[in-house]
Write a protein of this length. Structure first.
Length: 149
């Protein structure tokens, strides 16, 4: 284990984040470093694809924060103990009721139909090639066939 001396205000910030998110300070620093992208002379050293990965990791960290808040409310100490690395492997989604779910729960709960899938189905099953100009007509035809006049 190596030691590093940090300004007291930085240590306080790290400890505060760790307290709020109910996880070790090392995990907080690790997640901060995962989002860091080194720069050399004002130019990025990482390729463009890394930008997507960085944004994806940041999004996942936000989901984990929401999940930890929920697990704190319901006092689920087992799930609160999961590190970001463990959640990267185990986290599935936050369901329609705001309950964070792990991959181990996949198939054990019923999720509502995805409205985006329905929209994609409309476009896929249609002969319309320029939906941007015929959205109203397409939607009218869909609802007319589904519900009648």
């Amino acid at each position: 284990m190596a030691e590093m001396i940090l300004r007291p205000d930085l240590v306080e910030k790290i400890q505060e984040i760790a307290r709020i998110e109910n996880r070790p300070a090392d995990a907080v620093v690790e997640s901060l470093l995962a989002q860091y992208r080194p720069q050399t002379n004002g130019t990025k050293t990482a390729p463009e694809e890394d930008d997507y990965e960085t944004q994806y990791r940041a999004f996942r960290r936000k989901l984990y924060t929401i999940a930890r808040c929920y697990w704190t409310e319901v006092d689920d100490q087992t799930r609160l103990a999961l590190t970001d690395k463990a959640l990267d492997e185990q986290f599935w989604l936050i369901d329609q009721d705001g309950i964070p779910r792990l991959k181990s729960e996949e198939g054990t709960i019923d999720l509502p139909p995805d409205s985006f899938d329905a929209i994609i189905g409309l476009a896929r099953d249609s002969d319309v090639t320029d939906a941007s100009t015929t959205v109203r007509e397409t939607m009218k035809a869909f609802y007319r066939s589904k519900y009648g006049e």
